[in-house]
Design a protein around this ligand. Structure first.
Ligand SMILES: [Ca+2]
Ligand SMILES: [Ca+2]
Ligand SMILES: [Ca+2]
Ligand SMILES: [Ca+2]
Length: 371
């Protein structure tokens, strides 16, 4: 049975010497505070049955299909990464998995308490020598195996940069959830590095996510994609967990009130599924109103469309900057009841430098003012 070895992900990173000698990246590590002696506690969805455990404190692995069943003694990244850097890895990975009923955790006790066919241990370690040069490696579908066969992320192969480690972590866990690589037919390549620039530079999580800022799940909509598997559908139907429940109505009829009744207003939430809309209500005595909707501060997956609607649901004003992923709206409103609607959108030509709204999902926060 479990003979399908997903090829080493991100082996291409090894070809990019500039990444490994990036003085900025090295400097950011050296300049940080003294390394901690323990991994910080992190749970993205406490209580979820399904668990992705980021094991950063070292692990001895034996009796698995790795290394022919032999013993692998992997050191951790505690002492190499700072507390803040380990938490950044957690937050970035958690953003990729925020639409789903899965807890990204750093607590081994949480992992051990989960059903063994609803969990994965992802070992983040500098010790890749037993395997070879790669950013990470995983067995396809191993999330639903029983026992404790981990997937791997090799931190020093990733220059110990939290963003790269997090991209590899989401990617390797993606393999364990049954996802294959996103490459291209022409040119023939196993890993697509993406397209576009700046905040809207896009790449698929199951390709190479290191070089772009907007790294999303994919169904192979880009030009010459070699893999049209529906990542979201596979994740949520093959692994014993599904999407998180949408907490905020798509309709003005049952909108959720923004926090704050006058002046400062706020809310936060998740766009869980393709096309989800979250509608919030607010009232004003009239005057100058302004709101911003920001995606996740570290690993934003949402390109936000933000709209103010009047009490009939008609759009008063909207914002979706073409080259930015956050959005802000402002309007002088007469006294009354209004709505703020958050959506995830695509951009431009999906066969050129754009993307669809397919995986424009994830966490957001709203803040603003209305008198
Ligand atoms: Ca461990
Ligand atoms: Ca939602
Ligand atoms: Ca909704
Ligand atoms: Ca935009």
């Amino acid at each position: 049975m479990f003979v399908t070895l997903s090829c080493e992900a991100f082996s291409s990173v090894i070809l990019f010497g500039s990444m490994r000698s990036d003085s900025q990246a090295v400097g950011s590590i050296i300049n940080d505070d003294s390394p901690p002696s323990t991994v910080p506690v992190f749970n993205s969805l406490p209580g979820a049955v399904a668990v992705a455990y980021l094991d950063m404190d070292g692990q001895v692995v034996s009796g698995t299909q790795w290394a022919g069943g032999g013993t692998i003694t992997a050191t951790g990244v505690v002492g190499t990464l700072t507390n803040a850097q380990m938490l950044e890895v957690c937050r970035r990975t958690a953003e990729d998995y925020s639409p789903f009923q899965i807890n990204v955790t750093t607590e081994e006790s949480v992992f051990l308490a989960a059903p063994s066919n609803r969990r994965i241990r992802c070992i983040i370690t500098p010790d890749n020598e037993w395997f070879g040069t790669a950013g990470g490696v995983a067995y396809l579908n191993s999330f639903t195996w029983t026992g404790d066969t981990p997937c791997w992320v090799f931190s020093d192969q990733l220059s110990n940069v939290p963003r790269y480690i997090a991209e590899a972590t989401s990617h390797e866990i993606g393999h364990t959830l049954s996802l294959a690589h996103d490459g291209r037919i022409s040119p023939s390549e196993a890993y697509y590095q993406g397209h576009g620039t700046g905040e809207v530079g896009w790449a698929p999580i199951m390709g190479v996510g290191y070089y772009k800022l907007l790294v999303q799940w994919s169904r192979g909509e880009y030009l010459s994609a070699n893999n049209t598997e529906n990542d979201l559908n596979k994740i949520t139907t093959l692994n014993g967990f599904g999407y998180r429940v949408d907490q905020v109505s798509n309709s003005i009829v049952s909108a959720t009130s923004l926090s704050g009744s006058s002046g400062s207003r706020s809310a936060s939430g998740i766009l869980e599924m393709t096309g989800d809309q979250d509608v919030f209500s607010f009232s004003t005595i009239g005057g100058s109103c302004s709101f911003s909707a920001l995606g996740d501060a570290d690993g934003q997956n949402v390109d936000v469309l933000l709209e103010i609607l009047d009490e009939t649901g008609a759009v008063v004003t909207s914002a979706n900057p073409d080259t930015l992923t956050d959005a802000s709206v402002a309007a002088t409103l007469t006294a009354g009841n209004y709505f703020l609607r958050v959506s995830g959108v695509g951009r431009g030509d999906i066969l050129a430098d754009g993307y669809s709204n397919y995986s424009s999902i994830g966490q957001y926060t709203i803040s603003g003012n209305a008198p």
